[in-house]
Design a protein around this ligand. Structure first.
Ligand code: UDP
Length: 193
């Protein structure tokens, strides 16, 4: 898979279905995957911050979340087909988890928000194994990692806002016993209504 590069930032030229299928194959092959969302604001931030740029480019998938990213690609007849927003991909992955009985964990947002998101997800995806959650204001990282690993989820959704969540994922990926981590920004707020 050749990424398209926009101002130095890689973007994955796959649609929702292709990314979801690719992630499923990687889960079955026991390969870890990280997913970050790319929009014009993040491209600008990454151009001012080399660490952020390297971190975004080191993710397994950089989804074209912002419409501006698609427009930039179309203007130069690039490979990006369609927008893949963070929340849309999260919903596809929840459907996948529901079907495949993958275990999921939510980390981030205020306690009332994440606990409401848990209820909404459990109601919508009736077979889902939502094995744990933690709000995003817990300061003890060891405690967070311990809780996640004790729940042994296959998929972890991290909603701390950007670029905080990307740095958190990068810093902790090696000690997380999970197969897929997606940074989802304000998605728990959206899901919880
Ligand atoms: N958040 C958090 N811990 C923090 C800072 C923010 O859990 O220390 C949460 C916040 O409650 C909200 C999300 O991160 O649920 C940020 O959402 P926002 O829409 O600002 O993120 P974006 O999608 O713009 O990156």
């Amino acid at each position: 898979m050749n990424s398209e590069t926009i101002l130095g930032v890689n973007v994955t030229p796959l649609n929702h279905k292709e990314i979801t299928n690719a992630i499923n194959q990687r889960i079955k092959a026991e390969l870890k995957s990280t997913i970050v969302a790319i929009n014009p604001e993040k491209i600008i931030k990454a151009n001012k911050n080399q660490e952020l740029l390297a971190l975004l480019n080191s993710a397994t998938y950089q989804i074209p979340d912002g419409i501006g990213v698609i427009l930039a690609s179309k203007l130069r007849k690039g490979a990006l087909q369609s927008r893949v927003t963070g929340i849309d991909l999260m919903e596809r992955l929840l459907e996948l988890a529901d079907t495949e009985r993958y275990r999921i964990y939510l980390y981030g947002a205020h306690d009332s928000v994440v606990s409401k998101a848990v209820q909404v997800i459990k109601t919508k995806y009736t077979n889902i194994e939502l094995v744990g959650y933690m709000h995003g204001y817990e300061q003890n990282t060891n405690k967070i990692i311990r809780d996640i690993n004790n729940c042994s989820p296959d998929l972890l959704f991290v909603a701390l806002g950007s670029p905080r969540q990307e740095f958190w994922i990068k810093e902790n990926m090696d000690r997380l016993n999970v197969k897929v981590v997606q940074g989802v920004g304000g998605s728990f707020d959206v899901l919880s209504g």
